[in-house]
Design a protein around this ligand. Sequence first.
Ligand SMILES: NC(=O)C1=CN([C@@H]2O[C@H](COP(=O)(O)OP(=O)(O)OC[C@H]3O[C@@H](n4cnc5c(N)ncnc54)[C@H](OP(=O)(O)O)[C@@H]3O)[C@@H](O)[C@H]2O)C=CC1
Ligand SMILES: O=C(O)C1=N[C@H](C(=O)O)C[C@H](O)C1
Length: 257
Amino acid sequence: MSKLRVAVIGAQGRIGSAAAGAVDAADDLDLVAAIDRDDPLEALTEAGAQVAVELTHPDAVMGNLEFCVGHGIHAVVGTTGWTAERLEQLSGWLADAPDTGVLVAPNFSIGAVLTMQFARQAARWFDSAEVIELHHDNKADAPSGTATRTAQLIAAARAEAGLGAQHDPTTHGLDGARGADVEGIPVHSVRLRGLLAHQEVLFGGTGETLTIRHDSLHHSSFMPGILLAARTVPGVPGLTYGLEHFLEGTQPDRQGD
Ligand SMILES: NC(=O)C1=CN([C@@H]2O[C@H](COP(=O)(O)OP(=O)(O)OC[C@H]3O[C@@H](n4cnc5c(N)ncnc54)[C@H](OP(=O)(O)O)[C@@H]3O)[C@@H](O)[C@H]2O)C=CC1
Ligand SMILES: O=C(O)C1=N[C@H](C(=O)O)C[C@H](O)C1
């Protein structure tokens, strides 16, 4: 069987270089292009890429996706900075390319996906919820894409359960002390040399708290999700938001054991 032709955009970056290596090492995938900031996107079409893995910067991702979708190249997107407006614009491009699929994944690590699912499940049982995300000191965006998505899922679950706004008696304080407000959920961002990607979701109720913590300790944590997404996205036209939609019915990838 012929190999799936995969390109990586942002291939000189921290995660993109790891992704290019993982694609290259996969028996069923062919790394046909590995481009970065100064390379023309036409390299993807010239190489006959069927799937592009996009891991660049919030300032670059939309232009790259407009090119991919416009040329019928499926895309797996890890880059952050997503807003409702950006997702709507992407959906508009995809409407004109009905055979093309794009997965936007706030996080490709299985533990982070599960953290988000557990947080959504827990949200309706607790009065208070806050998110703390901790990342390396070169991260461009805050809060992280994962923390933003986690807070949105908690907010939706609270609304569905009929929970109102969280109690917050703060009347005196410094700007930012209570974190960013993501749909009513406070999100606190730590940037620290030595870290990679970490998140705590804190819930509080009467006489108890629940903490869900996830740590990505190495870029390898994202690779099984990226490879799974690259293999799956050609069969899923349109926009998919969140890796969880591709995980149904799959088995853990134990190649690194
Ligand atoms: N969803 C997930 O699981 C994960 C998502 N991410 C996200 O992926 C993105 C990249 O993260 P990270 O690898 O740490 O960042 P890096 O800055 O290390 O890498 C990004 C790379 O993309 C390059 N780049 C910038 N603009 C363009 C462009 N227009 N075309 C092609 N390449 C470009 C950069 O070049 P230059 O250095 O010259 O700017 C750099 O080499 C971030 O948004 C991050 O949040 C990261 C890890 C996991
Ligand atoms: O920039 C990173 O490193 C990461 N970015 C993603 C995010 O913003 O959630 C995913 C992961 O946290 C690593």
